[in-house]
Ligand binder design. Structure first.
Ligand code: SF4
Length: 269
């Protein structure tokens, strides 16, 4: 479960309690709220696969006990038996302090730190493409799992490849609306209304870039789907965008998908 910050949603700990009666959950959080301790007391650790705890060092330093509050919560969760992975997003202005921050966490007994590659714009430059060689060397010096290496190399286009998002994985918003993944707007129904459907087989990815590569890396399959089935998937995605309140996304999506289609459909010489 992700947010924004999921612990800020009203009744979030109760929701976790209800869900873990029959299901397993994972959470992405920055551990900034006090109800983390309610979670520790109420939830059975074996029903939580992993808690990804993002260490937002600059925000933490704005408060007196900010950093120690984070450490205390990680320790408390781990002592109770939760698997907590501490994440540090390699945001470009943090490079000068990265080594010091990792050292600080390690001195507090937090030795396994996962560096997360920053994806997005910073001062008009797009990341991860804009990481410099020295920055890449620094990133590689610290723990970096295989998924992060793929993201660092920006190998996140799975266009036309079959992906089981929509068959075995879904994204759902707080109103119960389901899409195949967080990049897609193609509706799969609404869980709360009891009307939803799953694809029977993996469908081609219609996007030039997987908006959340962690989902794509996990669910995309080897090989290419046929051009016709990819075209169908693109068309459905475009139709949903045109009909939904996200109409403004339609043109953007249209222009980002169509050049490839034109290129793909050119007769071969
Ligand atoms: S590869 Fe990514 S964007 Fe494409 S369908 Fe799968 S999860 Fe969605």
């Amino acid at each position: 479960m992700s947010g924004g910050e999921p612990f800020l949603y009203p009744g979030f700990v109760k929701l976790c309690s209800a869900l873990t009666r029959r299901h397993y959950i994972s959470i992405n959080t920055n551990l900034s709220t006090s109800n983390v301790y309610d979670f520790v007391n109420l939830i059975f650790p074996k029903k939580v696969i992993i808690i990804n705890a993002a260490f937002h060092v600059v925000e933490r330093e704005k408060r007196n006990e900010g950093k120690s509050d984070f450490i205390d919560k990680v320790r408390c969760l781990r002592n109770r038996g939760f698997d907590v992975r501490v994440e540090y997003v390699v945001y470009p202005p943090l490079f000068s302090r990265l080594a010091k921050d990792v050292e600080y966490l390690e001195s507090q007994g937090i030795e396994v730190i996962s560096l997360k590659i920053f994806r997005g714009l910073y001062f008009g430059r797009e990341y991860p493409q804009s990481y410099t060689e020295p920055e890449r060397t620094l990133i590689n010096r610290y723990t970096c799992d295989v998924d992060e290496e793929v993201i660092l190399e920006n190998e996140v286009s799975f266009w036309g490849r079959p992906c089981s998002a929509g068959q075995k994985f879904f994204s759902m918003d707080v109103e119960g609306n389901i899409t195949r993944c967080t990049t897609s707007l193609k509706g799969h129904g609404n869980l709360f209304e009891g009307e939803y459907y799953f694809d029977k087989t993996p469908k081609p990815c219609p996007f030039l870039k997987c908006g959340c590569p962690y989902e794509g890396i996990k669910h995309v399959k080897k090989g290419k789907s046929s051009k016709l089935s990819t075209f169908r998937e693109i068309r459905q995605e475009l139709l949903f965008r045109r009909e939904s309140k996200h109409y403004q996304d339609f043109n953007k999506a249209h222009t980002s998908m169509m050049p490839i289609l034109k290129k793909e459909s050119k007769p071969e010489n």
